[in-house]
Design a binder for this molecule. Structure first.
Ligand code: WTA
Length: 572
């Protein structure tokens, strides 16, 4: 018999089948103050309205520093701080619709900035603090960033590219500004200049509140715009999928540089008035377990690579901790192996609920719910109110068990509004009539469960981070010794995939371990700490089409020892 994990007795979504038949999006509207005539703004719904009711003194944020010290902020405090910051930004010259980037570690200022920017009607651009100066430049230049909010050490990192950022007017520094450029102002001073009573800007549903840069197989990362209209979907999925309730303490391990860290690390849970925990430090098995125990985390949202790392740390370590408060666990970002699900059942007696969605979808699409049977290895079923399918190139739905493109009927509330200054790219998602094409391959079983098969393109997922090969290749060829580079995702047991680069050298350079190390360091500092090739092969030539495009699929097939397929367009 097929392996399944039985449903739990309770869950905010009691009956999936009934909800699929009866649910209407309009029913979620009444959960928001704007349905009663109040301001329409994500920041208002996430923070301000709670500050006006009994949640005023409830903790909104437990921000745990890397050294373990905790800063706590109530909804009331967050409301005042973010109002100050929003009006302080306006005084600095910021305007509604400006792109304001937040390049910070996971500290309270990051959360104050995210909410503050959206409160004044800005489009916030979160940047993971592991990004290097070239990655920041690509994004800030593309978006025409007007302000960057950062910290002294990250400011130091981007000095080499500051002069290139022509639209940049101010840099807000969390810390001391001594010796910095005259565009720099202190975060503290912005707060001090602001009005704690400032009211959030009234926005339209189709106004963007955030720009997330994300990768495809071609070109540099694109700015995906999500709108204030995403609210209902982010709220209802925080209820149904994350199963959040009033008394929960919730920890989302994703960084707000990525969509999981904003849709479900900030906005969704805060629409519900949930207390969230944020940890500044990096992954460490013992630290993570101790955070779950110390903060009595009840709901935990994390990723397969982290779970696999915990699994590797051994069953003995798990036994040292008490997870009696942990009620619900979800995972996202890459395929969740059945083995990990079995491990969590065995060691913690917890079901792990896989969830599938993308930056472009803005919120959950295909998920597992507490009150639904889990089929380990399956991503689950579409959320009520959304229709997903597996289709061929003409948009015909594939029969059960047949591979095809994972697609969604356009028009779900949190669907991206567009791609910043790149309408052709946006249109590409909708080329198959009647569908949004996700770029993933999947099949659906007889009972409507979706199973992930892989990407239809060259996008790499390493430790859950989405990475475009072009981005890495562009960084590689900036290195003095590199002539050409082809980059692929190579399957990896722990990280899902690792970045592998095939490199031809410029005349006068010889392959060596030292050179590999130098290239690695180069990519880490310019692009991102996680984006460097963990494997480098120096080769004499790369397979190319007659028009000179590197054929990554040939590199990948060769690497995996698979047939290389149709080579009719190959150059030699
Ligand atoms: C992959 C993250 C398998 C997929 C929220 C998708 C998954 C891409 C899953 C989006 C899952 C996400 N199982 N693969 N449960 N969830 N993916 O934009 O390839 O960083 O298209 O959004 O991650 O990545 P993104």
């Amino acid at each position: 018999m097929e392996e399944t994990i039985p449903p739990m007795e309770s869950g905010n979504l009691h009956d999936y089948e009934v909800a699929c038949k009866e649910f209407a999006w309009a029913s979620v509207d009444k959960e928001f103050d704007w349905s009663k005539g109040s301001i329409y703004n994500v920041a208002y719904e996430a923070i301000d309205r709670h500050a006006k009711n009994w949640r005023r003194n409830k903790i909104a944020l437990y921000s745990v520093r890397a050294d373990g010290v905790v800063d706590k902020h109530t909804f009331g405090e967050m409301s005042e701080l973010t109002s100050r910051f929003a009006s302080g930004l306006l005084k600095l010259g910021a305007k509604k619709g400006d792109r304001i980037f937040v390049y910070l570690d996971r500290t309270p200022e990051l959360y104050i900035s995210m909410i503050g920017v959206t409160k004044m009607g800005g489009i916030v651009g979160p940047l993971f603090s592991a990004l290097g100066h070239d990655a920041v430049k690509d994004r800030a230049l593309d978006a025409g960033a007007n302000i960057i909010i950062t910290s002294p050490y990250l400011y130091e990192r981007i000095i080499p590219v500051l002069d290139d950022l022509i639209d940049l007017k101010k840099i807000v520094i969390v810390g001391d500004t001594e010796g910095m450029c005259d565009r720099c102002v202190k975060f503290e001073d912005v707060l001090a200049s602001g009005d704690p009573e400032y009211q959030a800007e009234n926005m339209a549903p189709t106004d963007p509140y955030i720009i997330h840069y994300t990768s495809g197989s071609t070109g540099k990362p694109k700015g995906v715009l999500l709108g204030h209209r995403a609210m209902p979907q982010q709220l209802i999925t925080s209820k149904w999928v994350l199963d959040l309730r009033e008394d929960d303490t919730y920890w989302c391990t994703a960084d707000p540089g990525w969509v999981t860290g904003t849709s479900y690390g900030i906005f969704g849970p805060w629409y519900l008035g949930t207390s969230i925990v944020s940890y500044e430090g990096r992954f460490d098995a013992r630290t993570w377990y101790s955070l779950l125990e110390r903060f009595k985390i009840t709901v935990w949202y994390t990723a397969p690579t982290a779970l696999r790392m915990l699994m590797r740390a051994g069953d003995e370590l798990v036994k040292e901790f008490n997870f009696s408060k942990l009620r619900h666990v979800c995972s996202v970002g890459e395929p969740l192996n059945a083995e990990v699900i079995r491990w969590a059942m065995r060691t913690m007696n917890k079901r792990i609920h896989d969830t599938w969605w993308q930056t472009e979808t803005g919120a959950h699409i295909i998920c597992n719910y507490p009150a639904m049977t889990i089929r380990p290895g399956s991503m689950g079923r579409p959320i009520p109110g959304v229709i997903a399918g597996v289709v061929d190139e003409e948009g015909n739905e594939a029969p059960p068990g047949t591979e095809g493109y994972l697609a969604i009927r356009p028009g779900w509330p949190s669907m991206m509004l567009g791609v910043w200054r790149n309408t052709p790219k946006f249109r590409e998602y909708f080329e198959v009539p009647g569908w949004y094409i996700s770029g993933d391959l999947a099949y659906r079983d007889e009972d409507g469960y979706f199973w992930f098969l892989g990407r239809a393109d060259d996008v790499i997922k390493t430790s859950g981070e989405r990475l475009g090969p072009f981005e890495v290749e562009s960084a590689l060829i900036e290195h003095y010794a590199v002539a050409e580079a082809g980059v692929i995702g190579k399957p990896d047991e722990l990280r899902g995939e690792i970045v592998k680069a095939f490199i031809t050298l410029r005349p006068g350079n010889e392959p060596s371990e030292d050179l590999k190390e130098d290239i690695t360091k180069f990519v880490k500092t310019r692009l991102a700490y996680y984006a460097y090739p963990r494997e480098i092969d120096f080769v004499d030539s790369l397979p190319k089409t007659r028009s000179g495009k590197i054929m990554r699929r040939v590199l990948k097939a060769k690497e995996l020892g698979q047939p290389v397929g149709d080579l009719s367009t190959l150059d030699d």
